[in-house]
Design a protein around this ligand. Structure first.
Ligand SMILES: Cc1ncc(COP(=O)(O)O)c(C=O)c1O
Length: 390
């Protein structure tokens, strides 16, 4: 079972803090944005006598409310297509368990959300990575590269859109290409849409659920964690129009009994969050992205694409090794008693030696802190002993 690359440097950050350094956390996708008031009020005013299990698939009230939310976005679903889960994480593990047998293969463009490795391990699945490249902003690799990886064990392709860690937002054309491939080889298309709400520059989010003729293949995994800045609610869902997948998923859901009752009450209220909340949050994130991308590209030897969504970037640094560099930042570096914690991109690749010069940064801090973190990073790159010329 692999350790999380996002959390493995935490002891070094703790030590840096004990030494009195201020650590800017750009390593983890824990937003600083406030959770919508309506969601919090719903649990403050809670009224029940028994804190009971709910139905394994989630309460009908919450699933109906979710159907309302998705149908506003044109998913064209009913509550029967929704299974409520304990976070998006559980939606992914249930989808993998329900659709693939031990030893089956899932193709995932890399770099990818590192926990996919752990989830695949839990179901004894084989991840087949396919390299995407920083030079074209981590666009979908050519479809013939996918085709080369397909064996009789291949059962699914997994995409994360907008992408964690790269922020890349897949276009309709790219999804149409994937659709053709999934239909040709009868593959599931898993769509992790944790960052759906975070699309910038007026760019449109496209779900494979919007594509005609793919209903039997698509499984969406979703979460309230990022949408409502509610990571601690541990609430997500799996959506599919494939009845057999839903029936198998329900068995997995029954084995873990139930999603949390309180979280579902909060989630039901969350659907009524006014659009103005998302407009403000989006404006804030896109301004942060602009600051981060501009500051990074101004540092000598650094390259950072300008992603269309989520709240992450993967940047290339003039360094020998991103694991060493990120650890060195915490252990051996400080500027004005400050340092920056980042996630080495190596943990988001499963191909050996990929990402050794790349780092993921999450723009989950306010603009002032982000600017200070970038000054700190620039100073660090000037003196890092493992600096190389690209
Ligand atoms: C791409 C992606 N999928 C799924 C998850 C898991 O989310 P949850 O907190 O709902 O389990 C995360 C969390 O960071 C994520 O980035």
């Amino acid at each position: 079972m692999p350790a999380s690359p996002i959390r493995k440097l935490t002891p070094y950050a703790d030590q840096a803090k004990r030494e009195g350094k201020k650590v800017y956390h750009l390593n983890i996708g824990q937003p600083d944005i406030e959770t919508p008031e309506g969601m919090l009020n719903a649990i403050k005013n809670i009224d029940f006598k028994v804190w009971a299990y709910t139905a394994s698939e989630g309460t009908l009230t919450y699933r109906s409310k979710l159907a309302e939310y998705y149908n506003k976005l044109n998913y064209n679903i009913s509550p029967e297509n929704v299974l409520v889960t304990n976070g998006g994480s559980e939606a992914i593990t249930i989808a993998m368990g329900a659709c693939l047998d031990p030893g089956d293969e899932v193709i995932i463009p890399e770099p990818f959300y590192a926990n996919y490795n752990g989830f695949a391990c839990m179901s004894d699945l084989v991840v087949k990575p396919i390299l995407s490249h920083i030079e074209n902003g981590f666009a979908l690799p050519p479809i013939n590269e996918f085709e080369k990886l397909i064996t009789d064990k291949t059962k699914a392709i997994l995409i994360c859109n907008p992408n964690n860690p790269t922020g890349y937002l897949y276009s309709r054309e790219e999804l149409e290409e994937l659709k053709k491939l999934c239909l040709k080889y009868d593959l599931f298309l898993f769509s992790d849409e944790a960052y759906r709400e975070f699309c910038y520059d007026g760019k449109e989010f496209i779900s494979p659920m919007f594509l005609s003729g793919l209903d039997e293949n698509v499984v969406v995994m979703d979460t309230v964690s990022k949408r409502y800045s509610a990571c601690g609610a541990r609430l997500g869902c799996l959506i599919t129009k494939n009845k057999a997948v839903m029936a198998a998923s329900l068995k997995f859901a029954q084995a873990r009994l139930s999603p949390g009752m309180v979280a579902q009450i909060a989630g039901t209220a969350a659907v009524d969050t006014p659009d103005s909340y998302f407009q403000e949050v989006n404006k804030e994130y896109s301004e942060r992205r602009d600051i981060l991308v501009k500051s990074l590209n101004q540092i000598e030897g650094v390259y950072c694409p300008n992603p269309g969504g989520a709240f992450y970037v993967v940047a290339k640094f003039p360094i020998d090794n991103s694991d060493k560099f990120c650890q060195w930042m915490l252990e051996d570096f400080e500027y004005d008693n400050q340092t920056v914690m980042m996630a080495p991109a190596t943990g988001f690749y499963s191909s050996a030696a990929a990402g050794t010069q790349e780092v993921r940064l999450a723009y989950v801090l306010n603009k002032e802190d982000l600017k200070n973190a970038m000054i700190c990073l620039q100073k660090a790159l000037e003196v890092y002993p493992g600096r190389v010329i690209n």
